[in-house]
Design a protein around this ligand. Sequence first.
Ligand SMILES: NC(=O)c1ccc[n+]([C@H]2O[C@H](COP(=O)([O-])OP(=O)(O)OC[C@H]3O[C@@H](n4cnc5c(N)ncnc54)[C@H](O)[C@@H]3O)[C@@H](O)[C@H]2O)c1
Length: 152
Amino acid sequence: MASSPAEHPVACQIRYIKGDLFSCPETDSLAHCISEDCRMGAGIAVLFKKKFNRVQELREQQKKTGEVAILRTGERFVYYLITKRKVSDKPTYGNLRKCLEAMREHCIRNRVTDLSMPRIGCGLDHLQWEKVSVMLEDVFMNTQVRITVYSL
Ligand SMILES: NC(=O)c1ccc[n+]([C@H]2O[C@H](COP(=O)([O-])OP(=O)(O)OC[C@H]3O[C@@H](n4cnc5c(N)ncnc54)[C@H](O)[C@@H]3O)[C@@H](O)[C@H]2O)c1
């Protein structure tokens, strides 16, 4: 008898690259973390703001903590994980997980197969990569999404 996918989960294996996130293929979708106000005044968020701008468009989506604001640009989507209310807050693992689940649903609906990101939440926001990477693998298990993580 054929077994169901639930009996044989397809693991999500994160690929690691040392280098600048923005050197990834132009067709990869991108993800990073911001706060509800979309200020993007520090960290890698500043580079996203410089490259994609469209901050007003992001604000108009009025996304709250645990949700994800999204821009489409060319072949790719850019995911802004809203992990906290204010810039000065720190995200919780629970809220980061909600954001990742929201992003996963969008990736599935839109057939996103390649997603690149930095070590999300683990710079200025002080989460631990050992925990975040396990969460990422868990949330994206049984999907067709290949995740590449860039670090400098
Ligand atoms: N005052 C402020 O505006 C303020 C304060 C706190 C945090 N932030 C920002 O930082 C928060 C996100 O924190 P975070 O820990 O998720 O992210 P982060 O600290 O910006 O970066 C995550 C990781 O990516 C690394 N990194 C930076 N540039 C690159 C690059 N080009 N390629 C690959 N890796 C790179 C960085 O070293 C860090 O380990 C957001 O809320 C954002 O708005 C802003």
